[in-house]
Design a protein around this ligand. Structure first.
Ligand code: MG
Length: 324
């Protein structure tokens, strides 16, 4: 048996800069757990458990219980055998252990990344664009599926007029449309793509329909020109494999921090060529760096990652407050 690692863990909570409004509801605070492994040579490496239960992951309570029952120690064998019912714990412990190998090998070459700015949901995006002189990224994302289609489509057309030239725009319905509404949106997006007067580039529509309407998502992908991206349907490597086997023709959004051990995802991607966009779950800098490392190798070239350009570590104010 390999030498066990000493485990320390620390729960965290911070308010999101902008409360997130999606078809899943309102989300105002991110909670998670930072873990730290120490190996038998005294080296340390960190990982992050950032659950997203509405994507089918473990809850924070389940992750906390798992960390507590370790009693301060975990073996490499146990990390390898962590069940798929704890995908965020798998990510945290797997990426922390991978970090030890990284400390020894820094030779890999990676592509540079472009980032994506999430606009406020609904009409607030229009007010926001009135106020800010410039955007932080050339790629932006706007959530839909929160208001009625005619209302949102009217805002969408105003949004196109307000965005800077050559902006790349992604829409995300978070599974919040029905089939009729999805067709209305895709028809509008297809028309927009063919409009030679505009320089706004529509990249894709994310999850127009709920997860259980997968066959309808396939038929939409075959009917419309605008690319469709799957996100909520790709919460694990098993789901990724299943969609790959069914030959999903569109984009796969990979939220690396909830998809289990990153070494397993990395290995899968070496043998399965897909159009992958790596995306955030509003994690701290710890998981962010580990997911971006995968993105540098596997994100679809010339497409931004689904992460904001930079973050001040959201845990810093909490640490400072604790010190004072
Ligand atoms: Mg999404």
């Amino acid at each position: 048996m390999s030498a066990p690692y000493q485990v320390q863990f620390q729960p965290y909570q911070f308010p999101l800069t902008f409360p997130l409004v999606t078809a899943h509801g309102h989300w105002t605070h991110r909670q998670g757990i930072i873990i730290q492994l120490t190996n038998d040579q005294g080296q340390t490496s960190s990982g992050e458990i950032a659950p997203l239960p509405w994507f089918g992951t473990e809850t924070l309570a389940q992750a906390t219980e798992f960390c507590q029952q370790l009693n301060g120690w975990i073996t490499p064998e146990k990390i390898q055998d962590l069940g798929d019912y704890l995908p965020c714990c798998q990510f945290a412990f797997g990426s922390a252990e991978w970090g030890f190998a990284d400390q020894a090998d820094q030779t890999d070459k990676f592509q540079d990344l472009n980032y994506c700015q999430l606009l406020p949901t609904g009409k607030t995006a229009l007010d926001y664009l009135e106020k800010v002189p410039t955007l932080s990224c050339q790629t932006v994302k706007w959530k839909i599926g929160v208001q009625k289609v005619p209302t949102e489509q009217a805002w969408f057309l105003q949004l196109l007029a307000k965005l800077p030239p050559n902006t790349h725009l992604r829409l995300d319905a978070n599974g919040g449309l029905n089939l009729t509404e999805a067709k209305q949106w895709l028809a509008l997006l297809d028309r927009q793509r063919q409009d030679s007067q505009t320089t706004i580039h529509i990249e894709y529509l994310e999850h127009p329909l709920p997860l259980h309407q997968l066959s309808d998502l396939f038929s939409l992908a075959q009917t419309f020109q605008t690319q469709i991206a799957l996100d909520e349907s790709v919460a694990s490597v098993a789901q990724l494999q299943s969609l790959y086997d069914q030959q999903w023709p569109g984009i796969y959004i990979l939220k690396g921090a909830i998809m289990g051990d990153p070494r397993r995802l990395h290995h899968w991607l070496t043998t399965h060529p897909i159009k992958a966009i790596f995306s955030s779950v509003f994690e701290t800098a710890i998981a962010r760096q580990q997911v971006l490392k995968l993105a540098q190798r596997w994100n679809l070239p010339y497409y931004a990652v689904g992460f904001s350009p930079s973050i001040t570590n959201p845990l810093e104010p909490i640490k400072k407050a604790t010190k004072n």
